[in-house]
Design a binder for this molecule. Sequence first.
Ligand code: PLP
Length: 463
Amino acid sequence: MRDGAKTVNTTLNYSTEQLQRMDAAHHLHPFTHGSELGAKGVRIITEADGVFLRDSLGNEILDGMAGLWCVAIGYGRDELADVAAAQMKQLPYYNTFFQTSHVPAIRLATRLAELAPGDLNHVFFSTSGSEANDTNLRLVRHYWAAKGKPEKQTIIARWNGYHGSTVGAASFGGMKLMHEQGGLPIPGIVHINQPDWWSEGGEMSPEEFGLARARELEEKILELGEDKVAAFIAEPIQGAGGVIIPPDSYWPEMNRILKKYDILMIADEVICGFGRTGEWFGFQHYGIDPDIVTIAKALSSGYMPIGGSLVSDEVAAVINDSGEFNHGFTYSAHPVAAAVALENLRILSEEGIVDRVKETTGPYIKEKWEALAGHPLVGEAKIKGLIASIALTPDKESRAKFAAEEGTVGLLCRDMCMANQLVMRAVGDRMIIAPPLVISEDEIDLLMERVWKSLDQTYDRIQ
Ligand code: PLP
C-alpha cells in the first residue's frame, strides 16, 4: 500500500476468529453459502488504498474486481471523504419529494445531463442499480399508459442478464437460480437468449450467431405483438453473467429492430457506465440509442450508495405531463451521496481517467489479456477497456465444458487467485476481471503475473 495508507484498527482488537464467529452467528450475507460461513470463516477486509485491499490477517490483495465493479477511482481518495464530511455538516439529509430539492441533487442532475450523450437530460435518483431498474419498470409502463397505450406493458430481457436483486430487477435478470427463490419473474417480463458465442454459438461464426440472436428479439416482438411490448432491457456487455462481449453484428441489428417496432430501450450501464469500457457509457461503443439508462456503482465509485435512471427528453416530458409519478425513495438523491458522486465525477473527468482507459491502460492490458488464450486451460479471452473474461475449457477446439459440475474448475481457479493475493471472480467456468480504472501499467503487470500463476496452478491441479 502507498505511504500514508490509513492504519486505523478497525477490528477494535477482536481477533479474526472472534469476528468470523460473530459474523457467522449474526450476519446473513448476500450471494454466500450460509452453511460455509461457520466452517470456512469470512475474509475480513479492514482497509484499502489504490487498487489494493488489506485483510485482517495482513494479506495485501490486488482487487481485480474494483469491489463489486464499482471502485473506479480506487480506494482511499480523501477528497470524497472530505466532501462527505462537509455535506453531512451542512445538510446531512433532506428529501426531494413534494416540490423540494437541494444543491447536491441539482448539481449532480445537471452534471449527468452534460455527460450523457444525446437527449438523456433527466435523472430519477435511487440508492442502487436494483432500485433504479425497479424504477425503470414503473417508468416505462407508466409512460405508455400516459401516451394512451396502456396495453404496451411487457418488457423483454435476456437470459443470463443481471439487473439486480429487488423483485422487478431480479425479474428483468435472467438468472434462473434467482427466479427459483421467490417466484420470479413477475408477470409481463419475458426473456430471450444471450449473445454468448463461446457457450451457445455451435457451428455458427460469431457474426452469424450475433445476427441470429438479435433476430430472436424480432421473433419475440412479433409473437407478443408490437403493441404489447413496452421496452427491452440489456447490459451493453453482460457483466455478472460472465463478461459476455457480444459479436460485432449483434447490437446494430438489435438497434434496428427496436427502432422499427417503437420499443423503448433501457441500457443497463450499472457496470459499463463511467469509463469501464473506455467510453463514459458502454452503449457508446455499440451505437445504441437508449431512452433510459440505469446507473449506479462507479457513479460514486462505491463510496456512497447511489443509483439512478437517466431519461430522455421525450420520456421525461410524457412523465412530467402525466401528473404525479407516484414513486420515490426516502434516499432518492441523498445529499451526501449526491455530493460524493459529484466529486467522483470531477475526479474521473479532471484526471482524465476515462481517456486513460481508452488510450493507455486499456490498450496496454488488451494485448496481455488476449495472450491468455495461449494458456492450455483458456478458450476465448475477451476484453473491452478494463472489463475482461476468459473461458476455461478442457478443449479449445470444440469449446468443450469440463466433465466436473459446471463451475468447479472456476471456483478452484478463483481460490488459487486468492491464494496468490488477487481477487478474480468466477462465473461458472469463466473468470472475470474489472479492476479499478486507476490501475497503473505496473499494477497491470502484477495482475497478469498473478493470473498466469493461478491458471498454471489450476491446470496442474486438474491434470
Ligand atoms: N445492473 C447491473 C448490470 C448490475 O451488474 C448490478 C449489480 O451488479 C445491478 C444492476 C444491481 O445494482 P445494485 O447491486 O446496486 O442494486
